[in-house]
Design a protein around this ligand. Structure first.
Ligand SMILES: *Cc1c(COP(=O)(O)O)cnc(C)c1O
Length: 353
């Protein structure tokens, strides 16, 4: 607390990201990073830019990358908006498109940054309880609202909502912006991008942090009607005109162009997820069906907090949310085969003791 802070700042409860500990040999399964590095093309693309041209400001709308993403998804560049990580893109969306008299709706178990943005921008919200199996029922969102947002697949549950259900939501709420946060869509889900041309109220957010292994570069983007994107540009240009530097723009282009590497690494994560799911089942865990690069698990007998602690003592960090309804769950990022095997080995010996 400081007397110099505004009342708003004094009351903020900021988002707490998963830790990035500086410990050698740690098995880091807590923040859903990709276990594989980015495409090798990324490093050479960045290398080429390490010269005097860095004195120049980057293109304000990250033009080259914007065009590549537009081509990839068969959209026009004016339907794509880039930001410094999708968290920044989300901040502009909350600020510019979701500040409405009616409450914003999102699931009670969902990305924990959403309520933080609401507090920052003074947005009223209602959290809609997921069903007991942690699935989302679209009919629960048929109530007055100033917008709807959810991750698909959901985080931290991993559950995927089908495109038919999303379409129902869009039809039921034509006057609200419906934001689908597709941070994990490349690990087995189907993107809702083709619905953009049918629904002017659909906004899709994606990130290069997970499936494209560039969390350290901070690249996120939104896709939707030119109308929605123009709204976001108005906010951005009233905040920071150049959210992406030359290096992330080049890194992003290189990553998108290496389709083979992208498909190969996503498939490896998916195969490892299936294997880990089986192995944890056999150890007495319930595993929520996941379409992400993580699994959400609960042991039938052992408390989650105890398991997380003893994993940590063995050099493995996973995510435990001290939140009602999910305090007995652990969210475990899919690692390399070696990391996953280490996890299973440590859990096996813990559960035997
Ligand atoms: C990781 C994540 C983000 C943020 O990604 P960045 O682009 O790294 O800021 C957004 N939404 C969800 C659901 C995520 O899990």
């Amino acid at each position: 607390m400081s007397k110099y802070w505004s009342d708003l700042v004094s009351q903020l409860k900021p988002y707490i990201p998963g830790e990035q500990p500086d410990i050698a040999n740690i098995t880091k399964l807590n923040t859903n990073e990709n276990p594989y590095g980015p495409s090798p093309q990324v490093a050479s693309a960045i290398q080429k830019l390490l010269n005097d041209d860095l004195r120049l400001y980057p293109p304000p709308n990250a033009d080259g990358l914007r065009q590549v993403i537009a081509n990839y998804y068969q959209l026009a560049p004016k339907q794509v908006f880039l930001g410094n990580g999708s968290d920044e893109v989300l901040a502009h969306i909350f600020n510019g498109l979701l500040q409405k008299p009616e409450p914003l709706l999102f699931p009670d178990i969902s990305y924990s940054f959403y309520p933080v943005f609401c507090q920052l921008y003074g947005i009223s919200f209602e959290q809609i309880p997921l069903a007991k199996d942690l699935s989302l029922a679209v009919e629960d969102y048929s109530r007055p609202n100033g917008g709807i947002i959810f991750p698909n697949p959901n985080a931290p549950t991993g559950r995927l909502l089908g495109l038919d259900a999303i379409e129902e939501l869009l039809k039921d709420n034509p006057d609200s912006v419906v934001v689908v946060d597709e941070a994990y869509i490349d690990f087995g889900g189907e993107t809702a991008v083709p619905l953009i041309e049918l629904y002017a109220n659909l906004l899709i957010v994606q990130t290069m942090s997970k499936s494209r292994s560039l969390a350290g570069m901070r690249i996120g983007y939104a896709m939707g009607s030119a109308d929605l994107i123009e709204g976001l540009e108005r906010v951005k240009n009233s905040f920071n005109s150049y959210p992406l530097g030359h290096l992330p723009i080049a890194a992003g282009i290189a990553a998108f162009k290496d389709q083979e590497y992208f498909e190969d690494t996503c498939q490896r994560v998916i195969d490892s997820r299936d294997r880990l799911t089986n192995n944890l089942h056999n150890l007495g865990f319930e595993v929520v069906p996941s379409a992400g690069n993580f699994i959400f698990v609960r042991h039938v007998e052992r408390p989650a907090e105890e398991l997380a602690l003893s994993l940590r003592q063995n050099g493995i960090i996973v995510r435990h949310f001290k939140q009602s309804r999910i305090e007995q769950f652990l969210r475990i990022t899919i690692g390399t085969e070696k990391q996953n095997e280490r996890l299973v080995r440590v859990l096996t010996s813990q559960l035997e003791s």
